[in-house]
Design a protein around this ligand. Structure first.
Ligand code: UDP
Length: 451
């Protein structure tokens, strides 16, 4: 079928995007930028100095840094909510000034900013510019975040005796699945969520990095809650890989190591760019992996183990014990790893990008969600889509050893693989001409051109 997408004209071809400066948010925003650029739009990325993207990987975009008030060395892990609150405060004036300068040079069709950056709605309103929101989490998670300020009093903080109780307002979640965040003040968390939801409702549209077939009922609920155009046009990384927006150097020796392994024999282990563990949990992880007797590729990001620079916390004699059966790297080319013939399972923290990347390669998961939307994603992976299992005891070597075998060698894992391969096929179809994501993208482009 011939592509009918109207082409942008000179007065509405310029889009300005602003990502949250964290790996899991930068990747989808830059992927979206590439998708829209391939449709004829010109792209300006406003970004903070903190975690600024590598400009040389995107010579076709204009990058404009703004001051964020963070020191270069500050990480966002200690108190994620205060970091987000600071972003929404510190960026107001620099972002407004930057937009004013851009507008003086020529028209802007619209802004596309991360849902977390709720402050940008009022700035956009001030200039009379439409703002479209990008949500980098699943629709189901976003709906839970939207409900949380209202239902939290009934269920939070979580009581041990209630963990298994269902939460009727956000079924199929149980109390244990409700998102939690590291914060010194949970009121700040609910205030932030309320602002995010209010300003998303006030925006001109909502882009989801997901596909309709995966989250059909959530998408229809979202259309009720956010009565603005909703576009589910993902998974983005199938069009533009995350490697160009990586903030850390991807160690390619992981791929040469995988080349030496047998078909679907390797467990890939990575907990993304933010999650941390204490030494005791890391020790349990290490022994669970070793005792499973399954080959593994393990990403241990510097900073992953609290109080350690890198691998000092590994038990003594560990490297000799695992020999060639394990490969440990600081950061991997994850999409390539998941697509590799040797990878048969993914032990993940269930960040939304990682979850989608695993679905797209048909790799069943073992879930160890750490915080935020990861708990909701893990629920869907294990109990709704049936494409993974979730560890229930935290990080405990016996459960890890058993879980790895269930996914990697037992019939249960085979069934998960069959189900995830069905989803993988649906992804391929949704991105083709006439597929749901393809259609929503066409609609998004027409919508932007109508401003
Ligand atoms: N990633 C990577 N190499 C690694 C681990 C992760 O390139 O060794 C990428 C991964 O492909 C994904 C992103 O980092 O695109 C992590 O995003 P996610 O939403 O899964 O988790 P977060 O880092 O936000 O917790």
């Amino acid at each position: 079928m011939e592509n009918q997408t109207p082409k942008p004209k000179s007065n509405n071809h310029h889009l300005v995007l602003f990502p949250v400066p964290l790996q899991g948010h930068i990747n989808p925003m830059l992927q979206l930028a590439n998708i829209l650029h391939s449709k004829g739009f010109s792209i300006t990325i406003i970004h903070t100095h903190f975690n600024s993207p590598t400009k040389s990987n995107h010579p076709h975009f204009t990058f404009l840094p703004i001051s964020d008030g963070f020191s270069k060395t500050k990480t966002s892990t200690e108190d994620a909510i205060s970091h987000i609150t600071l972003l929404n405060t510190n960026c107001v004036a620099p972002f407004r000034d930057c937009l004013a300068r851009l507008l003086a040079d020529g028209p802007i069709a619209c802004l596309i900013t991360d849902a977390i950056l709720h402050f940008s709605q009022l700035v956009a309103d001030g200039f009379g510019l439409p703002r479209i929101v990008l949500s980098t989490c699943s629709i189901s998670s976003f709906l839970v975040f939207a409900a949380l300020p209202v239902i939290q009093e009934k269920y939070l903080p979580k009581q041990d005796s209630q963990l298994e109780s269902p939460v009727p307002e956000v079924l199929p979640l149980q109390v244990k699945d409700l998102p939690s965040m590291t914060t010194n003040d949970s009121e700040d968390f609910y205030k932030f969520l309320t602002n995010m939801v209010t300003q998303t409702k006030a925006s001109s549209g909502l882009i989801w990095n997901t596909f309709s077939e995966l989250e059909e009922s959530a998408l229809s609920q979202s259309r009720d809650l956010f009565p603005i155009p909703n576009f589910s046009i993902g998974p983005f990384h199938k069009s533009f890989p995350a490697s160009s927006s990586t903030l850390l150097i991807q160690d390619r020796s992981s791929i040469s190591w995988l080349d030496t392994q047998k078909l679907k024999s390797v467990l890939y282990v990575s907990f993304g760019s933010i999650a941390e563990m204490d030494r005791k949990e890391f020790n349990e992880m290490a022994w669970g992996l070793a005792n499973s007797m399954q080959p593994f590729l393990w990403v241990v990001r510097p900073g992953f183990i609290r109080g350690s620079k890198w691998l000092e916390a590994l038990p003594s004699g560990y490297a000799e014990k695992i020999g060639d059966r394990g490969c440990i790297v600081k950061w991997a080319p994850q999409q390539e790893v998941l697509a590799h013939f040797a990878v048969g399972g993914f032990w993940t923290h269930d960040g939304w990008n990682s979850t989608l990347e695993s679905i797209c390669e048909g790799v069943p998961m073992i879930c160890s969600p750490c915080f935020g939307d990861q708990l909701v994603n893990a629920k869907y992976v294990s109990d709704v889509w049936g494409i993974g299992l979730r560890f229930e005891k935290g990080v405990e070597r016996g459960e890890i050893e058993r879980g790895i075998r269930r996914v990697m060698v037992e019939r249960e894992g085979e069934e998960m693989r069959e189900r995830i391969l069905c989803l993988k096929e649906k992804v391929d179809v949704c991105l083709e001409d006439g597929g749901s994501s393809h259609q929503h993208l066409e609609e998004l482009i027409s919508y932007i051109l109508s401003f």
